[in-house]
Ligand binder design. Sequence first.
Ligand SMILES: Cc1cc2nc3c(=O)[nH]c(=O)nc-3n(C[C@H](O)[C@H](O)[C@H](O)COP(=O)(O)OP(=O)(O)OC[C@H]3O[C@@H](n4cnc5c(N)ncnc54)[C@H](O)[C@@H]3O)c2cc1C
Length: 385
Amino acid sequence: MIYDVIVLGGGPVGCFAARLLAEKGLSTLVVEEHEKIGLPARCTGLIGDEAFRCFLLPEEAVERSVTSLCAFGPLGTSVQYAADCVLARVVNRPHFDALLADSARRCGAQIMTGSKVSAVSASSNDCAIAIEGGKIFRSRSAIIASGGRSNLTAKLGLGRLKHFIWGAQAEVAFADAEEVEVYVGRTISPGSFAWVVPASPGRARVGLLSYDHPRERFFSLLNDHRIKPRLRETPTPVIAPIPMGSLSRTVSNGVVVVGEAAGQVKTTTGGGVYFGLLCANIAVDVLTQALEEDDLSSERLSVYDERWRALLSKEIEAGLRLRRFARYLSDEAVASLMNFAFNDEIMGRSAPFFSFDWHAQIISRLAKEMPRRLLARGIKALSAS
Ligand SMILES: Cc1cc2nc3c(=O)[nH]c(=O)nc-3n(C[C@H](O)[C@H](O)[C@H](O)COP(=O)(O)OP(=O)(O)OC[C@H]3O[C@@H](n4cnc5c(N)ncnc54)[C@H](O)[C@@H]3O)c2cc1C
């Protein structure tokens, strides 16, 4: 059989793309290396409410709705943000992914687990996908949705993601976790942040993003006086890299790259599910038309590259600029920055620009409002780094 599309990788983005393709009547196969969709879990499961409003997503996997968050800075600073609407949902990622796969199956997609893709070759009229063990599957086109650590894009001459940050996290029995908590400061993770996200009752996901020593920083977070007394077990973290920046090309003849494999990630927070879903939606739209026209050349598919970058490049770049600025700031500067950003007057003026998922506008707004001396401290720290 020659499939219309083979999707390489059965994460949330691959399964979602497969569902959209199958809904359009295209013969679709998903190939996933792990035996079970959704496992191993490496995600906090915090997904902005906008994703649930935009797309039909599995509500059954939602553990909580988030309406407020509390940020704890260095030198005793802390601020609370409470919204009058749901900002985000906390999902159980293994369950979320498995339900997305089920819905793709129900629409007609085939999902083959326990099958690692070892080689891919693609031209504008034929793709050959080799599975470890020797089987080869053929299709008219392929979607690479194999996540940020995969080497499949390099095998197709599309290069590799270059820059990463580490995520380290564990789900634990945890007391008194009622809202999302964010921790910043050099002792936590210079230029980055840690979190406590309440999950099912009595449990929370505790983790951090860091540029270095993720394991050591994770265990030192567990010893923090605001965390340790509430921990009810000593966890082992999962540690995984998250791309910070996108691939320079995300199409070639017969192929498009989506999700974390393309670097479609919020560079501020490391969240990748919603941006990946948005891009999968664009990819399916472009691929469907290209299949109808029987033109799967990279020139035809480059519309996908243009459309997703028009949507996300500004966000990805703004997050990277913020990270470069924050990375070398002293704790005093971070505390002053928090006091500045969360002051009532600035909050009032910035509120219309706040979005759980879209950060470029609020970043540029705050940069414009920032007192010159604070801006100068950031620039000085950056040039001394
Ligand atoms: C600690 C941590 C916390 C996070 N928290 C959040 C969060 O709260 N919210 C959020 O939005 N994002 C979060 N993320 C990021 C999020 O997990 C990813 O952005 C998201 O999973 C990307 O989805 P994807 O489908 O593109 O890739 P993946 O989820 O990585 O799926 C890719 C799939 O491809 C499979 N695969 C890879 N290579 C092959 C191969 N050769 N053959 C067959 N199959 C293959 C993999 O097994 C995997 O199942 C977090 C990440 C980390 C590390």
